[in-house]
Design a protein around this ligand. Structure first.
Ligand code: NDP
Length: 332
């Protein structure tokens, strides 16, 4: 079985030399464990943070150990009555072809509702992140103008569409490049779209939302956050979900220089982690399944084939090669 190890802590943008593909033998499951053949694994921006040796909300990846992350797969050997052979499960020991998982740490997924890989995206962590950020954190309500950055990605593409379901009157998205801009408008139903690579974010946002915005769902940070603060209306709410523009930074990144506007505009900026919003998981799963069935929630996946290409998939995702959720089909 192959697995991917972190062998060097990246400085700035990671490169393939920071990782190694390692061949191992697979052990039999001990009591209460199952052996899972990982069919799909997720690559996510937060993994960049775990490559650094710093204290954060998740411990750093160990060097010369398999990395971890979301995966779905099939139980191929079981020493647990709860998860018989053949069960499709989601768990957190990705980055390897076979995973020995405690049954308590694996969750069966319903593949009659959606294909297994959807539980790594729209019906999984990234979908719930979009929903939690809009509801629990930004309190989107009827009539709000909502701006989403990273809008063609896994979280952003779902966030834009859910904002609409929650009653937003206008939804604006930002992504990199003309092709993604087109998809925001034609596939994900945004009312207006910004290609941030064209520059002048403030100007583009003013044009896309002439009356300002009530909610900003931030996936990017940096210039996007500055432009959003500029465009916020009174009592606006900013859900700080991610700041991918600075995950590879080698120096502390200065904050937006217009933070004083938060006073007069009575703004709320609130960071959040999806892990704290598990109480919404059931409610979200039901609503999302309904929206998908009714054609109100479209989701995309960008699929890379094979564990050998998993590192490449991660690096490409960080550079924007994906539309929707970036996934690795581990075994084809
Ligand atoms: P995406 O599918 O959005 O993939 C990452 C995208 O980031 C790329 O496709 C690229 O799109 C964009 N990007 C990369 N660099 C930059 C840059 N310098 N400026 C603007 N955009 C950039 O990933 P996810 O949907 O999984 O994650 C989106 C965000 O949500 C991340 O910030 C992540 O950390 C955060 N997150 C937070 C969670 C939480 O609990 N708080 C949970 C899950 C995710 P483009 O081509 O448009 O540049």
């Amino acid at each position: 079985s192959k697995e991917v190890h972190l062998v060097k802590r990246p400085v700035g943008e990671p490169d393939t030399g920071d990782f190694a593909l390692v061949e191992t033998t697979v052990a039999d499951p001990g009591p209460g464990q199952v052996l899972v053949r990982n069919d799909w694994m997720s690559v996510d921006p937060y993994m960049r943070g775990r490559m650094n040796d710093v204290k954060s909300y998740l411990p750093p990846f160990g060097l010369n150990e398999p990395m971890q992350g979301g995966a779905v797969g099939t139980v191929v050997a079981s020493a647990s009555d709860d998860l018989p052979v053949g069960t499709t499960v989601s768990h957190f020991l990705g980055w390897r072809e076979y995973a020995l998982v405690d049954a308590a740490a694996a969750r069966p997924v319903d593949t009659s509702l959606a294909p297994a890989e959807a539980y790594l995206g729209v019906l999984g962590m990234t979908g719930l992140t979009a929903y939690a950020g809009l509801t629990d954190v930004a309190h989107v309500k009827e009539g709000d103008v909502v701006f989403v950055s990273g809008a063609a990605g896994a979280v952003g593409s779902v966030a834009g569409q859910i904002a609409r379901q929650l009653g937003a009157s206008r939804v604006v998205g930002s992504a990199g490049g003309p092709e993604k801009k087109r998809r925001l408008l034609e596939e994900f139903g945004f009312d207006a779209a910004i290609d941030y690579r064209e520059g002048d974010l403030e100007g583009q946002l003013a044009e896309a939302a002439p009356d300002g915005i009530d909610v900003y769902f931030d996936n990017v940070g940096g210039d996007h956050l500055r432009a959003a603060i500029d465009a916020m209306r009174r009592n606006g709410r900013i859900a700080v979900c991610g700041m991918i523009s600075q995950y590879n930074a080698t120096e502390p990144v200065p904050g937006p220089d217009n933070l004083a506007l938060t006073i007069g505009k009575r703004l709320t900026l609130r960071g959040f982690l999806v892990g704290d919003h598990g109480h919404l998981a059931q409610e979200y799963a039901e609503r999302a399944a309904g929206w998908i069935a009714e054609g109100r929630l479209r989701y995309e996946e960008t699929v890379v084939e094979g564990i050998d290409n998993a590192v490449g998939a991660f690096l490409d995702m960080m550079r924007g090669a994906n539309t929707g959720k970036m996934l690795v089909r581990v075994t084809s």
